[in-house]
Design a protein around this ligand. Structure first.
Ligand SMILES: [Zn+2]
Length: 492
């Protein structure tokens, strides 16, 4: 089986290249479909979703729920099938957890030193009460030279202290998650303690993860560096106070027109949440999130309307989905990947949309241009470039951000599951990003009409192609995703 599959893969790649070099011109049906997408429709969606009355669509909030109702009402108007049984709402039971710190205690002894953590410099993430008395901690010290983790057997059930060295931000987050996956009893991190007053997580999501204690105090890091076999750690953590929260993704299906290909799906997605109201911000304090990501939602809606009203329906089925909680850590898309509405193994690809409206990128004008994260990770980048040529748009790969931002949006959740998934956008960072100034009237709707038409054409062509999108194996960054794809499809 294996060698045949490999040969097959190579042949398919060659075939794909041929298709790319001889682009099918726009058919009259495609032309009509694209022309049904209008700047004013996009403006209507964005101006509603980003209105002040939506209060920045925080997860959870009343504004978010109103946005969900709006999106569902549009799906209903296009005559799309509800994707979650008889409803467009994929309901997700979450809890909002607050960590009380009044009984928190933490004492490390190492060498002849002692460190007692105080609540002000400590962040705790726990799913239940936890205590440990005079345990011998296991130290993991990372450095520029060595970021390897010990074997699971050395870590499982132990009190682990992680010294992350130079790791910061996402790299630290990922390393921390990797240590957590080794199932320590508790994980203590010497690092920046983000004071998350509340955490959102899925209710009753199986085995609780080990508690994580993050301490931002140089004295702790210095003492932790001295941890050896005679060191002792005592910790007491209270159970979080939990309150149920009802969240929902909003999803609809356009059934495919081909008897075989219709069993596979293309996902078109965007996140409908934003960051809510920031009491410390200037002006009206409402982070409207017009470009981020009402513009993406408007893109999904406009393509849904165009494809569903076209007399020539795509051959593959299309799942249109807008997610909650992207800004809180890809919550909605992670929930979706864990509870897919259509089988992941039958999900051919995912085009996710972010920042589709503004052309005034911090680095300069992006008029007439469209980019994507993971631009050359999957064949979807080629499909996009092909559609752009036919619609007079220039596609391009951003030197840093196309790779760097791959994990920064909801495509990541599907990619982790193996599905070829990228995020399309006009700009990366723009003035007013995550600020009250991200208003609907700053969007270039004439340009948006052009790039949404390009996106609609790319989507339609992917949905009609006999060959499914795939990960570009020659790109080393896709190795993990391709492996997941193989697992998903039962090939090795
Ligand atoms: Zn966004």
């Amino acid at each position: 089986m294996k060698p045949i599959f490999r040969t097959f893969g190579v042949l398919l790649c060659a075939a794909q290249l041929l298709i790319v070099s001889a682009a099918e011109p726009l058919s009259p049906a495609e032309q009509a479909m694209l022309q049904s997408i209008h700047a004013r429709t996009l403006q209507g969606h964005v101006s509603f979703l980003a209105a002040d009355s939506m209060e920045g669509r925080d997860t959870p909030s009343r504004g978010l729920d109103i946005a969900a109702d709006y999106i569902a009402s549009q799906f209903r108007r296009y005559g799309l099938q509800p994707a979650a049984g008889d409803t467009y709402f994929q309901n997700a039971a979450f809890v909002k957890a607050k960590q009380p710190m009044d009984q928190f205690s933490f004492l490390l002894t190492a060498g002849d030193g002692q460190f007692r953590a105080d609540a002000a410099h400590t962040a705790v993430s726990a799913e239940g009460a936890f205590s440990l008395s005079e345990a011998t901690p296991v130290k993991i010290a990372l450095s520029a030279e060595s970021s390897a983790l010990p074997a699971a057997a050395e870590v499982a059930g132990k009190a682990v202290v992680l010294l992350p060295g130079e790791l910061r931000g996402r790299a630290l987050y990922e390393k921390r998650a990797a240590v957590q996956a080794l199932k320590p009893a508790v994980l203590v991190v010497a690092g920046q303690a983000f004071m998350m007053r509340e955490q959102l997580r899925e209710a009753g999501s199986g085995t609780p993860r080990p508690p994580v204690v993050t301490i931002s105090d140089q004295a702790f890091a210095a003492l932790a560096a001295k941890i050896d076999g005679s060191s002792k750690l005592t910790i007491s953590i209270q159970a979080p106070v939990e309150e149920p929260v009802a969240l929902k993704n909003v999803a609809a299906i356009l059934p495919g027109s081909d008897p075989t290909l219709s069993k596979t799906f293309l996902i078109l997605s965007a996140h409908y949440d934003h960051t809510g109201v920031n009491p410390r911000a200037e002006g009206d304090k409402i982070n409207n999130g017009a470009n981020d990501d009402a513009s993406g939602v408007a893109t999904v809606l406009a393509i849904a309307e165009a494809l569903s009203s076209s007399p020539q329906k795509p051959k593959r089925s299309i799942l249109f989905i807008t997610y909650f909680g992207e800004e809180k850590g890809l919550l909605g898309s992670r929930y979706y990947a864990a509870h897919p509405l259509v089988p992941l193994a039958q999900t051919a690809g995912n085009l996710n949309f972010e920042h589709m409206g503004r052309t005034d990128d911090n680095e300069g004008s992006r008029t007439g241009k469209l980019t994507a994260t993971g631009f050359d990770y999957t064949t979807l980048g080629q499909d996009l470039t092909e559609a752009a040529k036919l619609t007079g748009i220039e596609t391009w790969k951003h030197e840093r951000n196309s790779d760097g931002f791959f994990g920064s949006s909801d495509n990541q959740s599907l990619a982790n599951a193996g599905v070829p998934a990228i995020t399309l956008s006009v700009s990366y960072i723009f003035p007013d990003y995550h600020r009250p100034g991200d208003h609907w009237d700053k969007i270039d709707y004439a340009n948006m009409e052009r790039v949404v038409r390009t996106s609609a054409l790319a989507a339609a062509r992917v949905a009609n192609a006999a060959q499914e999108p795939h990960w570009v194996e020659s790109n080393p960054r896709t190795a993990g995703y391709h492996k997941s794809w193989q697992q998903l499809h039962g090939v090795h």
